[in-house]
Write a protein that binds this ligand. Structure first.
Ligand code: SAH
Length: 351
């Protein structure tokens, strides 16, 4: 699809055309990714953040939020629990919190990799190239850093204390370092046009991402964007479906945000392109405070419940729960993952 076609489908109100789009995305998902759904357990280990993004409830100026940090040991214990529950991947996510020294995060990653044999995805925002390198050497497989919007003017408004260029520089470093790279956007941001969403999709393709997270924007009452509108399910599903059609074998999660705006949002997403789901595995007591947006689902549940609920959801759709790590489906990754493994084992042997 070229930009005009993408814009056309993003604008369409015809039920017939939407049905066609979603069916096509579902077929392409089946052809390129199969019927397996990969489950990744998210550990939201700190809600401290040095940034002031206007959309996010974790922004540093939000004085109403009760802040918490998990210790490295606590994070490891959660990963252990995830392993016992049969998760294959843990996602270490937080606000941008320099309190955590990279050396400690490396030790944690190495311990999770060697003792638990889980795949590790890191999602802790912008760090230096050296820090990314150290994490990769410690065994981190994947990194998730959403560019949020491809529109530099909108970006500057949303992230007034961040640099658009640096975000993309980080993505480039992550690629060079051999990570499986995930990025993504938000749909329905105030001031975002259909054309700019089409540009997001074209950029997903250009960056040849291994994973793309697409979620609706949900205004948070304690942020400057409190009086704006929530992104719609309709537009989020269209962006997701077109992204599947355009990028073919990329991992696409049915995001928690889409499940927050619609009771069956994640099921619908899984039926129009998504092949990944990322439930929370963290302790229940912290969940209500990881409030990037309001009314986030599953904050009163515990990890066991979330895992079985997700399994049931996958099976009810006639799909299967993946038993593998769910690494990138792009060919290139095979080499860099192998290179990293070799590096990791040489490090372990040499100590
Ligand atoms: N600090 C990390 C992790 C951010 S939280 C980073 O910068 O990468 C993970 C994602 O939540 C963000 O990338 C953003 O896309 C999403 N998010 C934040 N606030 C949101 C909101 N109000 N509505 C919807 N999604 C939001």
């Amino acid at each position: 699809m070229n930009k005009d076609e993408i814009v056309y489908y993003l604008k369409t109100t015809s039920e017939e055309e939407k049905k066609y789009l979603f069916r096509r995305a579902d077929e392409i998902r089946e052809t390129y990714c199969g019927n397996e759904v990969h489950i990744r357990g998210i550990i939201e280990f700190s809600n401290y953040c040095i940034r002031d993004c206007t959309y996010c409830g974790l922004r540093k100026s939000n004085r109403k939020l009760h802040r918490y940090r998990m210790t490295i040991q606590e994070i490891f214990e959660v990963a252990k629990k995830a392993k016992e529950m049969d998760f294959k991947t843990v996602v270490l996510q937080s606000g941008e919190d320099p309190y955590y020294r990279i050396e400690d995060l490396c030790l944690l990653t190495e311990k999770i990799k060697t003792e638990l044999n889980l795949a590790v995805t890191v999602c802790i925002g912008e760090r230096t190239r050296e820090e990314y390198r150290m994490m990769r050497e410690a065994g981190a497989d994947r990194y998730l850093l959403k560019f949020e919007t491809s529109d530099p003017v909108l970006y500057a408004r949303l992230k007034p204390d961040s640099s658009y260029e640096n975000r993309f520089r980080c993505l480039e470093w992550l690629r060079e370092l051999g990570y499986q790279v995930g990025s993504g956007n938000m749909v329905g941001l105030p001031g975002q046009t259909i054309e700019s969403l089409a540009e997001d999709i074209l950029l997903f393709k250009e960056l040849d991402l291994d994973m793309i997270g697409i979620g609706p924007f949900i205004p948070h009452p304690d942020t400057p964007l409190r009086n704006t509108k929530t992104g719609t399910l309709d537009m989020t599903l269209k962006v997701l479906a077109i992204t599947r059609i355009v990028t073919k074998n990329t991992h696409l999660p049915a995001t928690t945000a889409v499940g927050t705006i619609d009771l069956f949002g994640r099921q619908k997403a899984l039926q129009c392109g998504a092949n990944v789901i990322m439930p929370n595995v963290g302790p229940q007591r912290y969940r209500k405070d990881y409030q990037i947006y309001p009314n986030k689902i599953c904050i009163f549940e515990n990890a066991d419940h979330c895992h079985s609920c997700i399994e049931e959801m996958i099976e009810s759709l006639g799909r299967t729960v993946s038993s593998g790590f769910g690494h990138s489906l792009k060919m290139r990754m095979k080499d860099s993952t192998a290179i990293c493994r070799k590096y990791l084992s040489s490090r372990i042997i040499s100590r």
